[in-house]
Each structure stands twice: as structure tokens, then as C-alpha cells.
Write a protein that binds this ligand. Structure first.
Ligand SMILES: Cc1cc2nc3c(=O)[nH]c(=O)nc-3n(C[C@H](O)[C@H](O)[C@H](O)COP(=O)(O)OP(=O)(O)OC[C@H]3O[C@@H](n4cnc5c(N)ncnc54)[C@H](O)[C@@H]3O)c2cc1C
Ligand SMILES: NC(=O)c1ccc[n+]([C@@H]2O[C@H](COP(=O)([O-])OP(=O)(O)OC[C@H]3O[C@@H](n4cnc5c(N)ncnc54)[C@H](OP(=O)(O)O)[C@@H]3O)[C@@H](O)[C@H]2O)c1
Length: 295
């Protein structure tokens, strides 16, 4: 394979990135088309895939952006609830294929004995036909490689898989002639918490590689919970071989707490390959190949 990097045309140029078409004061009232629980019914974690209808709106988005949701009701202080953001889990043509829907992947936020999360409960309890007021889209940089035949290294915990589900759908539909490799490092608590697994299993094994860190069922080399950062160390050689290719882009999405561990994991992985991680990382950043969205 040649090492020449061919840049793709728009929509990756900033002027073409849709941004805040709908704002909190003027949201779009989207209808729920479909809601489906993704986690096994026996899992303690409830994660839902929700498809929203954009018909009649000017809403457009690019894979990797987020949508704002304004939950109904008021806070205990009598103020309108604030907007919550959700990563878009559908490709820009939507799960419907015509650009008339946007999908999100929502986990019901629970912190017993406190009240359940306002917006995630509203969304997970919604039914087809219900109205969800949405804003956005937002996000100006967490995009697929803007080059032909790009490789993606995607590191996700839980619902952090959402943008990668969109990237992979696009990669294996509209960009299916590309030859790049796609690595998904996915962390979840148990096998009952896998998300979109049927879909992921349908991608070609020649270019799609999934490595799972099932924290409550697998142990790391020190006997503790297996996290994505431990898998990164185990695959150090492959990762850094891939990252030496200027077409390789690396992404991290999910729990804020994963970021320091992943940085340590990548640093140790680099060291094992005789690479100075700090220098390597600043080059990745300078080349726009390093993308983090954690919360
Ligand atoms: C860019 C971005 C993308 C995101 N993408 C996603 C996504 O794809 N999927 C997703 O699921 N989330 C995503 N999030 C997180 C999402 O925006 C919300 O923060 C999340 O759904 C929780 O919101 P909520 O309204 O349900 O919970 P909130 O009502 O805000 O409550 C948060 C938590 O606090 C607990 N709580 C309530 N009262 C108390 C109290 N008194 N003391 C302590 N705890 C309390 C609740 O039980 C809940 O667990 C993203 C966030 C960002 C910034
Ligand atoms: N764009 C964004 O910013 C974006 C998009 C989507 C989601 N999110 C956020 O991502 C989070 C996803 O949470 P979730 O509830 O779906 O995940 P979760 O189920 O709580 O955790 C997913 C996995 O990550 C593991 N984990 C816990 N601490 C970790 C650490 N320090 N390093 C690495 N792995 C760790 C968990 O292990 P154990 O629980 O067994 O310890 C579990 O295996 C939410 O906070 C959501 O708001 C952000």
C-alpha cells in the first residue's frame, strides 16, 4: 500500500460543518421513531438506542457530532432543565438512510439513593410518537479521518461507543471501498453490556478488529479489573505500527475517568516499542490525528 495521503474534499472543511442549527430557545420538536434496549434485559445497566425523526427540519449533521436534548419539566428551584448532550450514534444519512433521522445511545443515569438522571430517564422512558426537543448539532473536530483509506483506532467505554458506531456504519457503507483498518477497544462491565454487537460482528474481519475489556469478567495482568488501557498495552506493537502510518487517526470517547489510564496505557505501550510517547503525542496532535471526547 502506498504511503501517499490523499485528503478528502468537504464536508470536513470547517465552513461545511453544520453547527447549532437549532438553539435552546428555538429547538426542533423531533418525534421518537424507535426505541430499543441494547443491553441484555438481565444487565443492571439500561442503555437504549433511540431514533428521532428530523422530517420538516433543517437539521443536518456529520458523524462524530453531538445533539442537545432539552428535557421537559423544571428543577426543584423552578427553572427549566438545562440541555444535555448526546453523541450521535447514526451516520450522517441516519439509520433510515435518507438523512431524516438522528440516533442516540443513552444510558439511564442511576446513582442510588439519589433520584435517577432527569434527561436520560426521560429518553429511556420515551415511546414512539413522543416529542423530544433537540438542539445542535455541536462538535467541530471529532470526525472520521479526512483522508482516503484512513485507519481508525477507537477507544470506548460504555456509551462512548456511540460515535464509533456511526463511523463504522459509514466506513462499511458509503466508504466501503476504502482499505483502512479499524480497531475498536471497547470497555464494558459484563457480556450483558455489549452494545451493537450484532452489527459489529457483521463487519469484515480483514479490516475490523474488536478487542473487549470486560471489566467484571476479565482480569488484567495484575489481577485487577480489565480496562481498555490494559488491552492497549497488550496490543502495543500493532497500535504503534498502525500509528506510524500518517493515515491513522486515534479516538477516545466515554468516561472522563478513562483518560488518565488510557494515557498511561499508551505511554507504557509506546515505551515497550522504544517510542518517546510525549513527542509522539505532540506530533499526533499537531497533525490532527488525536481526538478525545470524555465526560
Ligand atoms: C459531549 C457529550 C456527549 C455525551 N454523550 C452521551 C451519550 O452518547 N450517551 C449518554 O448516555 N450520555 C452522554 N453524555 C452524558 C449526558 O449528557 C448526561 O450527562 C447524562 O445522560 C446524565 O444526564 P441526566 O439528566 O440523565 O442526569 P442528571 O439529572 O444530570 O443526574 C446526573 C446523575 O446524578 C445523580 N444524582 C441526582 N441527584 C443527586 C444528588 N443529590 N447527589 C448525587 N447524585 C445525584 C443521578 O442519579 C444521575 O446519576 C454526554 C455528555 C457530553 C458532554
Ligand atoms: N462524547 C462524549 O463525551 C461522550 C459520549 C458518550 C458517552 N459519554 C459519557 O461516557 C460515559 C459512559 O459511561 P457508561 O456508564 O456507559 O460506562 P460504564 O458502564 O460505567 O463503564 C464502561 C466500562 O468502563 C470501565 N471503567 C470504569 N472506570 C474506568 C477507568 N478509569 N478507565 C477505564 N475504564 C473504566 C467500567 O468498569 P467498572 O465499572 O467495572 O469499573 C466498564 O467496564 C458516561 O459518563 C457518558 O456520559 C461521553
Amino acid at each position: 500500500m502506498s504511503n501517499a495521503v490523499t485528503e478528502l474534499p468537504t464536508p470536513w472543511a470547517p465552513k461545511d460543518i453544520p453547527s447549532n442549527i437549532y438553539k435552546p430557545k428555538t429547538p426542533f420538536a423531533a418525534k421518537v421513531v424507535e426505541i430499543k434496549r441494547l443491553t441484555d434485559p438481565e444487565s443492571a445497566n439500561e442503555v437504549c438506542h433511540i431514533v428521532l425523526d428530523l422530517t420538516g427540519s433543517d437539521y443536518t449533521y456529520i458523524d462524530g457530532q453531538s445533539v442537545g436534548v432539552l428535557p421537559p419539566g423544571e428543577t426543584d428551584e423552578g427553572k427549566a432543565h438545562k440541555l444535555r448532550l448526546y453523541s450521535i450514534a447514526s451516520p450522517s444519512c441516519g439509520d433510515c438512510g435518507t438523512g431524516q433521522t438522528v440516533s442516540i445511545c443513552v444510558k439511564r443515569a442511576l446513582n442510588f439513593p439519589h433520584p435517577p438522571g432527569v434527561c436520560s430517564s426521560f429518553l429511556c422512558d420515551s415511546k414512539p410518537g413522543d416529542t423530544v426537543n433537540i438542539t445542535g448539532p455541536v462538535g467541530k473536530s471529532f470526525f472520521m479521518p479526512p483522508v482516503e483509506n484512513g485507519n481508525m483506532i477507537m477507544i470506548a467505554t460504555g456509551t462512548g461507543i456511540a460515535p464509533f458506531r456511526a463511523f463504522l456504519k459509514t466506513r462499511y457503507s458509503t466508504r466501503k471501498n476504502e482499505t483502512g483498518h479499524n480497531w475498536l477497544f471497547f470497555g464494558c462491565q459484563t457480556q450483558k453490556d455489549f452494545l451493537y454487537q450484532d452489527e459489529l460482528d457483521s463487519y469484515p474481519k480483514e479490516t475490523f478488529h474488536q478487542i473487549n475489556a470486560i471489566s467484571r469478567e476479565m482480569k488484567n495482568s495484575e489481577g485487577g479489573r480489565m480496562y481498555v488501557q490494559h488491552c492497549l498495552q497488550e496490543h502495543a506493537e500493532t497500535i504503534f505500527e498502525q500509528l506510524k502510518d500518517p493515515r491513522t487517526y486515534i479516538y477516545m470517547c466515554g468516561l472522563r475517568g478513562m483518560e488518565p489510564g488510557v494515557m498511561e496505557g499508551l505511554s507504557a505501550a509506546a515505551e515497550s516499542q522504544g517510542i518517546n510517547w510525549q513527542e509522539f503525542l505532540s506530533d499526533l496532535r499537531a497533525q490532527g490525528r488525536w481526538h478525545v471526547e470524555v465526560y
